[in-house]
Write a protein that binds this ligand. Sequence first.
Ligand SMILES: C=CC1=C(C)c2cc3[nH]c(cc4nc(cc5[nH]c(cc1n2)c(C)c5CCC(=O)O)C(CCC(=O)O)=C4C)c(C)c3C=C
Ligand SMILES: [Fe+2]
Ligand SMILES: [Fe+2]
Length: 328
Amino acid sequence: MQNTKTGVLLVNLGTPEAPTAPAVRAFLKQFLSDPRVVDLPRWQWLPILNGIVLRFRPKKVAKAYQSVWQEGGSPLMVISREQQQALQARLQQDVGQSVPVALGMTYGAPSMRQGLDELLEQGCDKVVLLPLFPQYSCSTSGAAFDAIASEFAGMRTFPHLRMVRDYHDNPAYIDALANSIQSHWNQHGRGQKLLMSFHGVPKRFVQEGDIYQSQCLRTGELVAARLGLSEGQWMVCFQSRFGKEEWLTPYTDETLEALPQQGVKSIDIITPAFSVDCLETLEEIAIEGKSEFLAAGGEAYHFIPCLNAEPDHIAMMSELVQKEMQNW
Ligand SMILES: C=CC1=C(C)c2cc3[nH]c(cc4nc(cc5[nH]c(cc1n2)c(C)c5CCC(=O)O)C(CCC(=O)O)=C4C)c(C)c3C=C
Ligand SMILES: [Fe+2]
Ligand SMILES: [Fe+2]
């Protein structure tokens, strides 16, 4: 009998197994060896990666991970597991049948292969690949596609596949962000400016065709419009710069240092490119960003968490999956 069962492979970037230098080194080695992430010629990049980056960065970054590590592990993994369980329960409710949801990370564990095998073992012959990167980038969603394709390359028969490429302007995603900001304002009051800080990428990626920047700007505009914000009350900026090349601007850290001098003493900051809180939101933005802003003369800094496993975020994911399941 032919299978006709759909499963969901929920994808995120991945994270180290422990907040230690050896575990961070192992993770960074796999991640930063991917040409989708650093596309310099291998002869040029690998000596830098092995001789400098992997020698010095793991110790520093392990310390940063220690500052946000949770009882159950890396925040990215703990929250991704919550999303997996919540989405499976939500799909059962919305679709009225079991739709298995597995987790696969582009780098580290559980690997894409482990996630895929979990679905195949449950009899799924149709897989919806849902990378939790709302804005497409070659360095994230592109890399997730490569990772599943390289697993398929070794299979005699691979399952049917549909992939959600991006959802940067999906009304339910925009609503979930706007609702999260509004409820933060209701609880804590409203700052002078709302910063939407997206993970950066090298400017060159965009010049060479990556649609990431335009999708970030569109998300920003839609959220601002949904909240009725006028120019000057919000801005988009880009964080997590890596290496010497120019990345998308304005840079978040420079913005945080400049705003107090421009009279902006209180801000709210949200990170819409991240679907789960992780090192880059909890350490770089919630901790480091705050101390940068306050040191520059800022007075109030409010970090708004990612959508994580919030019910409206999970409902949006269910909607994305159901759309892919239509006429299949
Ligand atoms: C080297 C270039 C990098 C590109 C390009 C890049 C794009 C990119 N990354 C995310 C999401 C995440 N990145 C995270 C960590 C992280 N990112 C880079 C580098 C690039 N990212 C590094 C080196 C690291 C590791 C930490 C460090 O050494 O500073 C994470 C968090 C992982 C965690 O464990 O918590 C996420 C998530 C996006 C969305 C993106 C492009 C759009
Ligand atoms: Fe990154
Ligand atoms: Fe960072």
